[in-house]
Design a protein around this ligand. Structure first.
Ligand code: SAM
Length: 215
């Protein structure tokens, strides 16, 4: 079976049966070559129903988790998106397929460099990348229509609330170090209205407005 067939199988067996409905999300995940976002040794498992190690103690998220978070963002192609936690860059690429511009921040320089090379090889021109503490956001580029955090946080970092546009949506795993729950928050007249979604397990969001190395 080739990678295109494995992608179609991933969509039909992992995403649709679990309730992913947004056709744009399903199509994007059928297009983006996930196997190019993992090291060659892990390529055989790239479309398996699980997260995979990507080095530096970090992971590429399970396909279903990428699909859920992306669907919750309600993207129509016009949005300016902020992503915290590039990891492999796979989620970033899915976002870039579905929005106008993606601004993305990674704290681990080696992962950011690898992801940057992948974005260049795949000719993504709407991805803007920087390294640093994503809990501070990207104030020079704010406000953002959508914000996605792909690491587990003890709470929503306050700079990210400030940088979310009015009417904008944020998706973030919130909870303890060992498990979290996906939260979707919409800004309405300056206040966040929360919805609570699936339980999940993410690596920790480390930074000034999140977990600290000694937590
Ligand atoms: N969505 C990614 C993918 O598709 O490969 C996986 C992201 S991985 C689960 C979480 C990432 O968040 C890690 O690469 C980690 O280094 C990063 N991270 C953690 N805290 C961060 C912070 N304060 N700022 C930026 N990145 C952070």
């Amino acid at each position: 079976m080739d990678y295109k067939d494995l992608r179609a199988l991933m969509v039909s067996t992992q995403l649709i049966p679990r309730g992913i409905k947004d056709k744009r999300v399903l199509d994007a995940m059928e297009r983006v070559p996930r196997h190019l976002f993992v090291d060659s040794a892990a390529r055989a498992y790239a479309y398996a129903d699980m997260p995979l190690p990507i080095g530096e103690g970090q992971t590429i998220s399970q396909p279903y988790m990428v699909a859920v978070m992306t669907e919750l963002l309600e993207l129509n192609g016009t949005e300016k998106v902020l992503e915290i936690g590039i990891g492999s860059g796979y989620q970033t690429a899915v976002l870039a397929e579905l929005s106008k511009d993606v601004f993305t921040i990674e704290r681990i320089v080696s992962l950011a460099e690898k992801a940057k090379k992948r974005f260049q090889d795949l000719s993504y021109e709407n991805i803007h990348l920087k390294t640093g503490d994503g809990t501070l956001g990207w104030p020079e580029e704010a406000p953002f229509d959508r914000i996605i955090i792909t690491a587990g946080a003890p709470d929503i970092p306050s700079p990210l609330i400030e940088q979310l546009a009015e009417g904008g949506v944020m998706v973030i795993p919130v909870g303890g170090l060992s498990s979290q729950q996906l939260r979707k928050s919409r800004k309405n007249r300056g206040n966040l209205i929360h919805e609570y979604h699936t339980p999940c397990v993410f690596v920790p969001l480390l930074g000034q407005y999140a977990w600290h190395n000694d937590d």
